[in-house]
Write a new protein. Structure first.
Length: 95
């Protein structure tokens, strides 16, 4: 298990990965519920269907399908949160 050994006061940027904004109320409830416990001083970047600062989420959002963008954001983040919102998906042919 990973354990953060740095100074918790140094955490400012959080990248949060999931499948938010896809009309699945359960996924979004996970975000809104956990968001209440994170102080406003943190900059949250949320992988989402919407791009920019979406008023419904109140945080910066980015396209979750752009892997190059993921890597850039992870490199510059102080913390990454994974989960909530069907992070892993499968597709089945419908023929």
């Amino acid at each position: 298990m990973f354990q953060y050994t740095g100074d918790p006061k140094s955490i400012r940027d959080i990248v949060w990965f999931g499948a938010y904004g896809n009309t699945n109320i359960g996924d979004d409830l996970i975000f809104f519920s956990l968001r209440k416990f994170i102080p406003e001083k943190y900059r949250i970047q949320l992988s989402c269907r919407f791009i920019g600062t979406h008023p419904e989420y109140g945080v910066e959002t980015f396209n979750r399908y752009n892997r190059k963008d993921w890597i850039k954001r992870i490199k510059h983040a102080d913390m990454c949160l994974l989960g909530g919102g069907g992070l892993f998906e499968y597709y089945k042919a419908s023929y």
